[in-house]
Design a protein around this ligand. Sequence first.
Ligand code: FDA
Length: 306
Amino acid sequence: MNLLRSLFISLSSNYGLRSFAESSSVGRKLSSRFVAGMTIEDALQAAARVNREGIAATLDSLGESVNDAEHAQASADIYHQLIDQIAARGLNANVSVKLTQVGMDLDPELAESIVSGMVSHAERSGSFVRIDMEGSPYTEATIAMTERLHARWPGCVGTVLQAYLRRTAADARRLVGQGIRIRLCKGAYKEPAEIAFPEKKDVDQNYCELMLYLATSGVFCGMATHDEVIVGRMRRFVEETRLEKSKFEFQMLYGVRRDLQRKLAKDGYGVRVYIPFGPEWYPYFMRRLAERPANVLFLVKNFLKN
Ligand code: FDA
């Protein structure tokens, strides 16, 4: 399984395969299980659909590793349109963005000025910007930028911490101390054992400890996982300690465990679905296959059926 995971993660950065897949109609059809569509309108409609089921959304215009200023600004324009449309349509939604998508590799100051524009727009619209977490070369820079943005627009920006990283417990205390909202996930990149737990059981244990810490921290955090054992652990904790359900939310990915998303919402838990969209879907899609290689069979079966 680990071999397949590594294979999909390395394929996720293969440029040849990426441009072939993104321009092929078969590729688009396969990706539609995890990607809401190619346009802003597709994403907004998907958000309205999940909202009707009592589920909130966060919208992600797919794209990463952008290396020219024009492209970075074009990515930002999409986010400004999203923030306006979320407000205009009264959606229960916010946005998630990756720093490499707004020029972090080219010029970190450019990326910060672009994200500043987004966060100040979100503040005016009563919305929120989540800065996704990428591979470990970006961890410290992402956290530090979130701190600076939070100092200027408190409560309008947050980031993501990954339970597979050994540094995360310290980062969680650091961000909670400033009142910064955290999305906790396990982590989707390939990291060396010196900085990340190589064994899944250690990642899961760290996730649980961090989750309980965040849930009782007084800062509203998102528990991003589809792991039913971990979700069950959180539910038991809520029942045993009578923690108010409004103190945190569960977060899951579009197209993954829709049954569990609906069940949690029905049981009165806050649930937010991460809705990715746009033509640059390939790296995101490959990371989803890496998490669960059985998805390949599932997708092919569905493809042949339709
Ligand atoms: P795990 O991988 O242990 O899976 C547990 C169970 O969940 C599986 O047995 C299966 O049933 C189900 N499942 C998990 N993934 C599935 C899939 N792709 N298809 C079908 N079933 C699946 N990562 C990151 O590094 N930076 C980030 O910013 C984010 N952001 C983010 C937002 C949200 C809302 C979520 C849910 C996840 C992320 N992630 C992320 C991804 C995260 O790090 C992780 O890779 C995935 O969530 C998979 O881990 P799980 O916690 O779901 O458990």
